[in-house]
Write a protein that binds this ligand. Sequence first.
Ligand code: AMP
Length: 286
Amino acid sequence: MQVIEDIRICRDAVCAARATGQTVGLVPTMGALHDAHRSLIRSARNQCGFVAVSIFVNPRQFGPGEDFDVYPRVLDEDLTVCRDEGVDLVFTPTAEAMFPNDDATTIRVDGVTAGLCGAARPGHFDGVATVVMKLFQIIPADRAYFGEKDYQQLVVVRRMVQALNVAVDIVGCPIVRESNGLAMSSRNRYLSSAERDRAASINRALCAAAERIRQGESSVSTISAQIREELSAAGSVVIEYVEIVDAESLAPIDTIDRAARICVAVRIGPCRLIDNVSVDDPGQAG
Ligand code: AMP
């Protein structure tokens, strides 16, 4: 497994793999790898001859007062995971190399970034889109793997790739959960066991909502109110948003009359946690 910090050397190594005819898969991460990252890497491993993982805590996607300084950085453990999963190349650039001081270039994707985390974290998706676009230049991949846990991010990346005609297939991967239903996240390690129990209410509330919709409930305000109630019943959960949006445009909807996504962001203890669940188009129900 090659571990490469330098941008040019990384691009050369990936181009050399491409030149041998291998399909290149890229899994972008911020490190502190857990089983959800493993599942993305395994999808890439199954579908591609050459698998690259990037590990970069991207300063541009953190706002002032967010957890950039304390975000977990455990490179040695991450490299063990990558070796274990048969990764071919790990790209570990420095922030200075990725974003030299004079670099004022930003990719901004409008529309799908207006609500949800885009509203709660101004500038966050500019940072995400810019770093992902840079990664696509440095690691010219055939396929890139993103988790549905960060559903808005997945939609933003798809839009960007479409708008800028980037020759990469974006592969969305299902949410991987802990045994209590909590979506895995590098930040979960900062939850106490009581907070972890409380955090299980997020997925419980989302599953209950999806079930009510399957039973025929179509009022977004009713469903949202029930989710809020269930989250509040768990105690000490600060709700940032509970939104039901069109699955593609991410525009808020009033009635479940199309494919939709229920998205939630809450704060529990030291952590901001997000989760979501898909809702099928009732018109397509079999
Ligand atoms: P991160 O290191 O948190 O930036 O995540 C790197 C990639 O892993 C992103 O595409 C995330 O959406 C994905 N990911 C993180 N947690 C999960 C999860 N619990 N289930 C599915 N994908 C995830």
